[in-house]
Every structure is written in C-alpha cells, then in structure tokens.
Design a protein around this ligand. Sequence first.
Ligand code: SF4
Length: 350
Amino acid sequence: MTGIGRRLVRWYEGNARDLPWRKNPTPYRVWVSEVMLQQTAVSTVIPYFERWVKRWPGVPSLARATEQEALAAWEGMGYYRRASNLLRAARQVVRRHGGRVPSSRKELLALPGIGPYIASAIRSLAFGEDEVALDANVIRVFMRLLALDGTGTDSSVRTRVGERAAAGLPPGKSARYNQALMDFGSLICRPRRPRCGECFLTKHCKAFRRGMQYDIPRPSHKPSRKIRTAVAVFLRDDEVYIQQRSSAGLFARMWEFPGGKVRDGETPAQTLRRECREELGVNCRPSRKLAELTHYTTVFQVRLHAFVCIPPEGLPTDRTHRWVSLAELDRYPMPSANRQVVEKLHEPAS
Ligand code: SF4
C-alpha cells in the first residue's frame, strides 16, 4: 500500500488544486476550511473562506465576534450549526489554550464541532502528524481499490479502509498524502463517473479489474420527506416583520418570517391564520401570494408558500420579534429560503 501512497503523492505534486487554505495552512485556516467543506462544495466554500479569514484572521479575532455576525457571514452555506460551533470553539480555545489551536487529538475532540475527521485533518495538514483523515472521498477511493462491498458509512468498511489508508501513508508526508487522496477522489476517482481511463492506479484497483467501479460504494438512500410550509410577510411602509428562532434545533437563532408547517387538510393561508393566532396572538389576513419555492433541509423537501399579509394590531415587538427596514434585512442572518423571499420583496411588482 505504501507504493500507492507514494504514487498518489507524486501525482499530487503535479496536479494539486490551487485552494486558498493550502497557501498558508495554519491550524486555524485548516480548521475553518474543513468545517466549511463539510456538506458544502469546494467552489462554494472558496469565497466564504476568503471573506471569513480576511474578517477574522485568527482565533482571537473570531472569538470576539458575535454569533449574529458569524451566522451572517455563513449565510447561504447552510448547516448553520457549523458557524455557531466554530465560534464557541474559538472562545474555548482562547479560554483554555491561550488562543492557540491545540495539537493533541484529545483536546481537539473536546472542542464543539470537531469530530474525528477534522481533528485528523488539522493534525495532519497543519501540524504534520502522520495521521489519515478519512472523509467520504478517501473512503470511496479505498473501497474501490479494495472492491469492498457496502456503503461508505458501514462501520466495518470504515475500519478496513482506515487500516489500509494508514498502511499506505508514506512517513513524514501525511499532509500531502491526505490532500492527494482528497484531490484524487474529487478529480479522478469521482463519486458517479470515475475517470478510470486517466487513472494511474488501474493495476492496483480491484473494482476496476472486476468492472465494479460504478457499483462501489453502494448508495445509502435517505428518502427525503416532502412537507409544505407557509410564511407571513407583514409589510409596513418600508419595514418588514421578522422573528428570531429559538436557540435549539435547525437554523438556531436565525431570523425568519412568522409561519409554520401546513397540516394535513389545511391550505397555506389557513396555516398562517392558525400559526399567527397560536404563536403571536394576532389575526392574520393574507392579501396576496408573494412566492412559492422549493428548498431542501437535511431530511425534508420543503415547498414554501409566502404571502404578503395585512399587519394586524398587537403584533408583539421584543428581543426576538421586530420590525426591520428592508435595507437593514441584510444584517440579519436568515435561512436561505427566507432570504429568497426577501429577494422577491426587492423585485419590482409585476
Ligand atoms: S481505476 Fe477507476 S475506480 Fe479504480 S481508483 Fe482509478 S478511478 Fe478509481
């Protein structure tokens, strides 16, 4: 396996992707990039990463940010808990480690949002420890090289891949080896259409020899449930009414329009009347449909119906409910579906 590792490192030296976090791989920059890259494509992450490290170039400056600032800087990438955890972890690093990202696995794993993969990536890419960072790319590549049956999340598969990947690590070159595997998995041994015709590992690849490269790994289908939601857009002169979500659950502490899930047998307008009565204690009168759009969360496919509504008397205003001018809305972190509704508000009426 070390022979494969050496070939991968040689290939990487001539084919590495030019990525901003690789230019100066400090523990902080590696950490931020790896958190962003979880569940988000490289091309999307690049501008977010560049803006983030320009605004908060190190742990101490990030630790001084507010959560609202961090969420706003993250807006559009989804999975917002990553931003909250990054901020909480930065504050812990300041408190417990004097602002320096720790190198020990145990201390890294004690920080919010850092799991085994990110801990290994930081230790390998920033501290040069001989450690393999097992992400979906690496698992797929080794599953194919070894023709392993199963999905990439099977624990027996992950154990076997971990052992073989570690056996292939050329000592002292773990950063290059891990990055080589990441790039090889993205550019050559791609998830759906592996480019076996351009691959330098065909002789070592059992899946290729058996013609099984398209069947490995087996897909792990998670059926996404379809739901409908409705939101009320209360407009008053150039102001709009928004509320802050609770600190638990999806989109924690982000801002949104009032509304909720459409129940069986309800129309979206009926949902708004019920939700506004239950949640805000007011009568809601939808006046016109503003938008209807589909978005996806981890588990749901959501059809969102947005209505402009006549602002009733008695809408509460407090720390988590407020009127905000349309121009100011950019300063409030919002889930992307709500942001799309805001964009509709900016469109000229047809
Ligand atoms: S031969 Fe094909 S399946 Fe095997 S490692 Fe190369 S690209 Fe992946």
